[in-house]
Design a protein around this ligand. Sequence first.
Ligand code: CAA
Length: 258
Amino acid sequence: MGFVKYEQNGYVGVITIDRPKALNALNKEVLADLEAVIDGIDPEKTRAVVLTGAGEKSFVAGADIGAMSTMTKAEGEAFGKYGNDIFLKLESLPIPTIAAVNGFALGGGNELAMSCDIRICSDNAVFGQPEVGLGITPGFGGTQRLVRLIGTGKAKEMIYSAKNIKADEAYRIGLVNAVHTQEELLPAAMKLAVKIASNAPIAVRNCKKAITEGYLADMGHAAEVEEKWFGDCFETEDQKEGMAAFLEKRKVEEFKNR
Ligand code: CAA
């Protein structure tokens, strides 16, 4: 893929947005390449995904402003839908995703990171939704996912003010789970991905389904969702092996995804 690279490292897939000349800004071509990479991920072979940006300066500096500058209302709405559909596809991947935010995560970049399950970042990372300074609203999920992640008050402040925040502030408000140096960021993301991949894959995938389906439901329905995915793990080879290993006081060698 021209603008998006994919590498399989054992059970971990690494996606790299690769348009460093434009700080990895998202135009239709980059988005199309991203969608093709997402579509190509084999959940049988892949147990966790790391998503990052090429270069040392930027994760993704947003949607492509040049491309958007001449859009009509209808084209703007269609572009929003295009990005939203792809980010929803990423969010709905059955396997866990980790955004390794290695620099600017602005506008569509922050929105891309928020479409992943977990975010960690480098100490030079900068987050923000600068759209109102450009005369538009966030359009790839920012008005929805930021509120869900950090709460309405802080999300509204970030979106209305278009003020960027640095890595330490992003950590403080829970937008990212950890801050690393540039050199340590990818190894840390890989270490977390490998740890996730070492657990029973059906159980990990069912956790993601239970969290996603139950998150916005009322607690009664959310409990039913959990019961369904909890029950679904039983009778799998991995459940039998995981519990047998505990009872026999030994380690599981490798979960089989069965
Ligand atoms: N779109 C298109 N090109 C972009 C871009 C973007 N979002 N961000 C950076 N670039 C390009 C610049 O135009 C520049 O290209 P040239 O070398 O050809 O001039 C190149 O990347 C390097 O950028 P800068 O020279 O500006 O680098 P800098 O270090 O001085 O500044 C920056 C970095 C602060 C990130 C600055 O580039 C910037 O503010 N970028 C725009 C960030 C932004 O507003 N993002 C939100 C976009 S709107 C959106 O995303 C809507 C949505 O929700 C879907």
